[in-house]
Design a protein around this ligand. Structure first.
Ligand code: ZN
Length: 365
């Protein structure tokens, strides 16, 4: 197996096009055509993690955080980023990051956290807009079934929990082939009328390449007619944060205690308790204060995230419990998520979790 095979599996889960504009997810160092000897998963690709990869004969480190995040103008080993890059290149250990593209999935970083807390009926807290497109294509009636199946096969036609959604209207197509054409029906130079179906299917923008490829292969015509439009609908399962319900309402202190146990926390920074039951819980792994207003608007009783600044705690407005459980702590199980995913894809391959605790934050208790 090559490194690019692992990458294509990861990008089928979390396409790079879903990352935020400021992010740098994807292959950061290394040769994607190299044979993969083993995979080590971590939150951060530090020098220690790369050393561990070398010891364990893994030439691919998959981290959540991209080691190169903003620009890098010199590589002289003056800081931890430069040191890690030098070590990665010298030792031929490729570095790959799966960051905000994994944050933006319903079943990504936040889905994992929601699962640990036991949230039900989860939906994305702040869905992204303009992630959906619509395809219209025109197919002879007899071939419609085959063409629809090819589009569905590439991932088109999913709406919520429904698959194979399409709308079909019958009409008449006309065409006249020019010199050198070889029309499927009719003769070159003669106007032909054909009973066709107009098939409409919604699809996520990042599947466009696959869907058009399948459409063209399955469609019988020499020139396939189709239109694609971008939609303003928000994609329900793509975006930032997650919100869901606890199976049973919990007292605030019991809820914070549950977080402590499930995430192995030493401390939780939180706004004042409001003496109300916790039922609706919003979650954002990593720095999530940009979602405080979304959590309030969605009626959250508690919002679990990290990296909250002093003034941002006021923004909870005594309407919900805002809890900062720590950046590393909130994202730590992303490693398990990636391991479970890759083990399922490559059952006979070594997919290891780092033994390094890369959290740079310590607590003096
Ligand atoms: Zn993070």
């Amino acid at each position: 197996m090559k490194i690019k095979d692992v990458i294509s599996a990861l990008e089928s889960l979390a396409p790079l096009s879903l990352q935020e504009s400021y992010d740098n997810a994807g292959l950061i160092t290394g040769d994607e055509n190299a044979e993969c000897t083993g995979i080590l998963i971590s939150l951060d690709a530090t020098e220690n993690v790369i050393a561990e990869a070398i010891t364990k004969k893994c030439n691919l480190v998959i981290s959540h955080h991209p080691i190169i995040f903003s620009g890098l103008k010199k590589i002289t080993g003056k800081n931890y980023v430069q040191k890690a890059i030098i070590q990665s290149i010298k030792s031929d250990v490729a570095l790959y990051a799966i960051h905000t593209n994994l944050d933006n999935l319903l079943n990504g970083v936040n889905g994992k956290i929601a699962g640990l807390i036991g949230l039900k009926s989860t939906v994305v807290l702040a869905p992204k807009e303009s992630q959906l497109k619509k395809l219209f294509t025109f197919v002879p009636v007899a071939d419609a079934e085959k063409v629809r199946a090819a589009i569905f096969d590439a991932g088109g036609g999913h709406i919520g929990n429904y698959k194979e959604c399409s709308f079909n209207t019958e009409g008449t197509g006309t065409f006249k082939g020019g010199a050198g054409t070889n029309p499927y029906v009719g003769k070159p130079g003669e106007l032909h009328r054909e009973k066709e179906l107009r098939i409409e299917v919604i699809f996520p923008a990042w599947l466009e390449g696959r869907i058009i490829k399948n459409l063209i292969v399955a469609h019988p015509y020499e020139e396939v007619a189709y239109d694609i439009i971008r939609l303003d609908n928000s994609a329900g399962d793509i975006g930032s944060g997650i919100i869901g319900e606890l199976a049973e309402p919990m007292a605030e202190k019991d809820f914070l205690q549950l977080l402590k146990v499930r995430f192995g926390l030493q401390v939780i920074r939180h706004t004042k308790l409001l003496n109300q039951k916790i039922c609706r819980v919003a979650v954002c792994g990593g720095a999530g204060s940009f979602l405080i207003s979304s959590a309030l608007a969605a009626g959250a009783d508690a919002f679990i995230t990290s990296d909250i600044k002093y003034h941002e705690f006021f923004d909870a407005n005594d309407k919900m419990v805002l809890a900062d459980i720590g950046h590393y702590e909130s994202e730590q199980f992303t490693i398990n998520l990636l391991q479970e995913f890759l083990e399922q894809k490559f059952p006979t391959f070594a997919v290891l979790k780092t033994e390094e605790i890369t959290n740079p934050v310590n607590y003096f208790l």
